[in-house]
Design a protein. Structure first.
Length: 178
């Protein structure tokens, strides 16, 4: 069983993961409104992935006999962004999530909560991958700018990535396995 303090921090992270899902749902909507279906599908796949992260933490808390304390999920910004701005916001957001996960690991280590530390290592690895992926996509976008040809190429690339994510389990009603 984890401490009440660790459980409260983990509940906060559940909220952050749900906010992440909401954040990506908003970006998916913006991309679809801009006729970038591949970009929209990628953000939708990220939406489902973040929901899965929240549920993974929820399940861990339940397995540890901790109290679940659901908190209100803040609305994401309603800005009208370019694809580049969407990806820059995504990278910034993922870095914030990484810092939060690292804070949880630090706290688990301070409490000598080995089970929670081991559980959180999956999230540490996941965040490393998330930041690298977004950084690579953003790097390619920076190379060719917001030119229509580049956006079309990126739209196709992100569509393929969304399909791969769906096959890996990031699915929901609108992101079916390929």
């Amino acid at each position: 069983m984890i401490s009440n303090d660790m459980a409260a921090r983990m509940n906060g992270q559940v909220n952050m993961e749900l906010y992440s899902a909401y954040f990506y749902l908003a970006l998916s909507s913006q991309a679809e409104s801009g006729s970038l279906k591949g970009v929209s599908n990628w953000f939708m796949a990220k939406h489902y992935e973040e929901q899965a992260h929240a549920m993974k933490m929820y399940r861990y808390l339940k397995d540890q006999d901790a109290t679940i304390e659901l908190q209100p999920v803040a609305a994401p910004p309603a800005d009208d962004l370019t694809v580049r701005q969407m990806l820059e916001a995504t990278l910034t957001h993922e870095r914030e999530v990484t810092a939060a996960i690292h804070g949880l690991v630090d706290h688990a280590l301070a409490e000598k909560d080995h089970a929670t530390n081991i559980f959180l290592q999956w999230f540490v690895t996941e965040q490393t991958e998330e930041e690298a992926t977004v950084g690579e996509v953003l790097g390619r976008l920076r190379l060719f700018g917001d030119k229509p040809e580049g956006l079309l190429m990126l739209d196709q690339e992100l569509s393929a990535m969304a399909a791969a994510m769906a096959q890996a389990g990031a699915t929901g009603p609108t992101v079916a396995p390929a």
